[in-house]
Design a binder for this molecule. Structure first.
Ligand SMILES: [Cu+2]
Length: 206
């Protein structure tokens, strides 16, 4: 009885201590201020990541795109429900996905398939201040940093991975990367410092 009880406790401890395999990232600007809405994405150093594109939604509400930043894997579909009372006319001129969805309301916008990796900037022809960013990446391992500039991404196995950090407001679109060796059952931690463009007065007022 006693012996069985000890074995049971040890196996429970084992389950608790074998944590998830992954990477925890902290993102800051050059002054050390936490940077929310940074896209972190991770690719295996060799070989391709599995294709598991999940669909996403970018709504229009209060004359804004919500969320401001979306990250999807190549091949993902995004829907654009208009939850405002006014009509929107959304578009992208970005080479990674050009489209033009003329005036629509409700659910009438065509879903868009994002089949090329890159950055897509969305705008609205009627409301100049509406803007959103879609980062399309060739990996299902991604996250956005939270209000404290933190993101955590789980990985299927230990190994060498390339971790990249992208923010829509970096100088020259800089997307720094780091190669990390991740041990199975371990959370590798790292910090990115991004060179940010100054915030213009108009943005600050929003
Ligand atoms: Cu609009």
């Amino acid at each position: 009885m006693q012996y069985r009880h000890i074995v049971f406790c040890l196996s429970l401890m084992g389950a608790t201590h074998a944590g998830a395999t992954g990477v925890a990232v902290q993102v800051q600007d050059a002054t050390g201020k936490a940077l929310p809405d940074t896209v972190i994405y991770i690719e295996p150093e060799s070989g391709a990541a599995p294709a598991r594109p999940a669909s996403a939604v970018i709504e229009q509400k209060g004359l804004k795109f919500l969320p401001l930043v979306t990250v999807v894997q190549t091949g993902a579909t995004i829907n654009f429900p208009n939850n405002d009372k006014v009509r929107h006319h959304i578009y992208s001129f970005s080479p990674a996905h050009k489209f033009d969805q003329k005036l629509y309301s409700g659910q009438a916008a065509s879903p868009q398939v994002f089949d090329k990796a890159g950055t897509v900037v969305l705008g609205c022809n009627i409301h100049d201040k509406m803007i959103a960013y879609v980062k399309v990446v060739d990996t299902p391992y991604f996250a956005k940093t939270d209000g404290a500039g933190a993101a955590r991404i789980e990985l299927p196995a230990g190994g060498k991975y390339v971790v990249k950090a992208w923010h829509y407001n970096t100088v020259g679109g800089a997307t720094p990367e780091q190669t990390l060796t991740v041990k199975a059952g371990d959370l590798a931690t790292t910090v990115f410092k991004l060179p940010m463009k100054p915030i213009v007065a108009e943005d600050a007022a929003l």
